[in-house]
Design a protein around this ligand. Structure first.
Ligand SMILES: *[C@@H]1O[C@H](CO)[C@@H](O)[C@H](O)[C@H]1NC(C)=O
Ligand SMILES: *[C@@H]1O[C@H](CO)[C@@H](O)[C@H](O)[C@H]1NC(C)=O
Ligand SMILES: *[C@@H]1O[C@H](CO)[C@@H](O)[C@H](O)[C@H]1NC(C)=O
Length: 324
């Protein structure tokens, strides 16, 4: 009995030590890019899970190639049969809004909740570009905050040169919400004008606060010094994804979607971001559309199932209408 207890205690205490010695373990846990499910989908064949979609690769940096799916809006579905990549790219200039979908951690652009959302947006009349960041899916390279952000920026500018002034919207789910606001800050600085629209689904205030809320991490939070160790490690691996800070400077129209029963990123984080954006708007005297849609816990949409809201396409259409 004594042996068992001391074994358990040693295991328990050694976790912070191991994390301290090998900080990259935390960064791997945050991205979880090596879990490439669903394993049975060939990412080069989107048609196996998603119609009216082509697959292509962008070289976002020397030695980094990222995989992207382009799904067409409903108006183009009939015309798409047998068409090649150039034809698909050309349609980005057809006047329909383009949504760049930036997914959360774990898995590829073929995970079913991602695919289901893309289907809904496509049926609602939007182009959707869905990318696997570097290190995810069949994309090469290793993930980092700066790397994910520059992949998103690259795709944004790539789409912008083809969209002939159509509305471009960045959509980020979970981890992707931080990529969206990072990219939007850069674009606003570089262009001198804000991104047309931002949609954040189940966003966190900053990634460290979401990590601290994880059940496995919570078990350690009462160990003295553990929380500051956590922040120290995040600093060493250079990960902050600070939505709370970014939203203070962004002046894009913003829609936040969050479910009260979210068990990964707590609902109050979405609410806090909403308040931050309202406050920023008051201070800058810019009248942009800032909206939050909350889902009651009894709907059980949790962290990854907001696409099941039968009203989602209405919500998105109403938000994107008459923005520009
Ligand atoms: C693609 O569309 C066809 C015809 O509507 C349908 O039968 C098929 O199930 C769809 N495939 C996928 C992967 O959704
Ligand atoms: C840390 O990240 C920032 C922004 O994401 C980047 O500009 C900087 O070069 C990174 N620093 C290191 C040491 O990787
Ligand atoms: C969907 O929208 C309708 C009408 O706007 C509303 O009555 C209904 O409660 C909404 N459903 C959900 C799940 O939000």
């Amino acid at each position: 009995m004594k042996k068992v207890l001391s074994f358990l205690l040693t295991t328990y205490v050694s976790v912070p030590v191991i994390l301290y010695l090998f900080p990259w373990i935390l960064s791997h846990a945050i991205f979880s890019h090596l879990l490439r499910f669903p394993y049975f989908v060939d990412l080069r064949r989107p048609q196996d899970v998603l119609n009216h979609t082509c697959n292509f690769y962008l070289s976002t940096e020397e030695g980094v190639s990222v995989g992207v799916w382009h799904t067409l809006p409903m108006s183009q579905w009939d015309a798409a049969a047998g068409k090649n990549l150039d034809w698909y790219h050309e349609t980005l200039g057809d006047g329909r809004p383009v949504i760049i979908y930036l997914h959360g951690n774990v898995g590829t652009r073929a995970i079913s909740h991602r695919v289901e959302l893309v289907k809904i947006l496509s049926a609602a009349g939007y182009h959707v570009l869905s990318l696997d960041y570097r290190g995810f899916g069949d994309s090469t390279g290793d993930p980092s905050e700066a790397g994910l952000t520059s992949d998103a920026l690259y795709l944004y500018y790539w789409a912008k040169t083809r969209s002939r002034g159509s509305m471009l919207c960045l959509w980020g789910h979970s981890l992707g919400s931080g990529v969206v606001t990072n990219a939007a800050v850069k674009i606003q600085e570089q262009e001198g004008s804000a991104v047309d629209a931002l949609i954040l689904e189940a966003p966190y205030t900053r990634i460290g606060e979401a990590v601290a809320n994880h059940p496995l991490v919570k078990m350690y939070m009462f160990l003295p010094g553990f929380e500051s160790l956590l922040w120290n490690i995040l600093e060493r691996v250079n990960i902050s994804f600070a939505n709370d800070k970014n939203l203070k400077t962004l002046s894009s129209p913003l829609l936040i979607l969050h479910s009260e029963d979210d068990n990964v990123v707590p609902f109050h984080m979405g609410q806090k971001l909403y308040q931050i954006s309202l406050q920023a708007q008051r201070e800058s005297n810019i009248n942009t559309r800032i909206q939050m849609v909350s889902y009651r816990a009894n709907l059980r949409l949790s962290h990854s199932h907001i696409y099941l809201d039968p009203n989602l396409s209405d919500v998105v259409q109403r938000f994107l209408q008459n923005l520009t």
